[in-house]
Design a protein around this ligand. Structure first.
Ligand code: FES
Length: 198
């Protein structure tokens, strides 16, 4: 299973998502990955990456490459945002007390600058596998009646909610990492540069 995930990561690096003009994918589908030009690929391995989110609809997620890692941008629905305060009993660090896992401006329950958008590194904090999107809540998810929707790591079973917060009693010790990011414009996120509070 780990080998599969490593292969997935290799494929991801070869076919990293184009940073600008990206099109999102549906909740229940595998994230959309497009080819990247050599200059975009080089940029994704080093400097900041700009992502146009103007086409991202509610409930959709895209994956972009930043410093060789997959970064997920999820546009949450109002209903999803509401669950972030009701599922705290299930979580190991619901209020983002572990400071290494996010910048200070992302330490609220939604772990982002704007509640509607989650920006998070898509690597499990146990041993670095890529978790799978499991957005459907409840019994149909196969993850229990109380599953609020989130991400499931296939390597050793760690679970994260739709803020990237880790569940209790799983191998992963901490929440997923929120990378430095800011809004260059209302519909453009820049990953790799810190948001300045105004
Ligand atoms: S790498 Fe995700 S649970 Fe072990």
């Amino acid at each position: 299973m780990i080998d599969d995930t490593i292969n997935d990561r290799r494929r991801f690096l070869v076919k990293a998502t184009s940073a600008l003009g990206i099109v999102g994918v549906g909740l229940s589908t595998v994230p959309f990955i497009a080819s990247m030009s050599p200059s975009e690929r080089a940029r994704s391995l080093g400097g900041p990456v700009e992502v146009d989110i103007s086409q991202l609809e509610r409930g959709q997620m895209i994956t972009v490459a930043w410093r060789g890692k997959p970064v997920w941008i999820l546009r949450r629905t109002p209903r999803t945002v509401a669950t972030l305060t009701t599922n705290v009993e299930l979580l190991a660090d619901p209020f983002s007390k572990v400071e290494t896992q996010q910048p200070p401006y992302a330490s609220s329950v939604h772990r982002s600058i704007k509640p509607e958008y989650l920006v998070v590194v898509g690597l499990c904090t146990h041993l670095g596998c890529v978790p799978l999107a499991r957005f459907t809540s409840g019994t149909l998810s196969g993850l229990g009646d109380d599953w609020p929707g989130g991400y499931f790591c296939p390597c050793h079973g760690s679970k994260f909610d739709l803020s990237g917060r880790v569940f209790k009693n799983v191998p992963a010790p901490t929440n997923l990492v929120v990378p430095p990011h800011r809004y260059a414009r209302d519909t453009v996120i820049e990953i790799g540069i810190h948001h300045q509070k105004v």
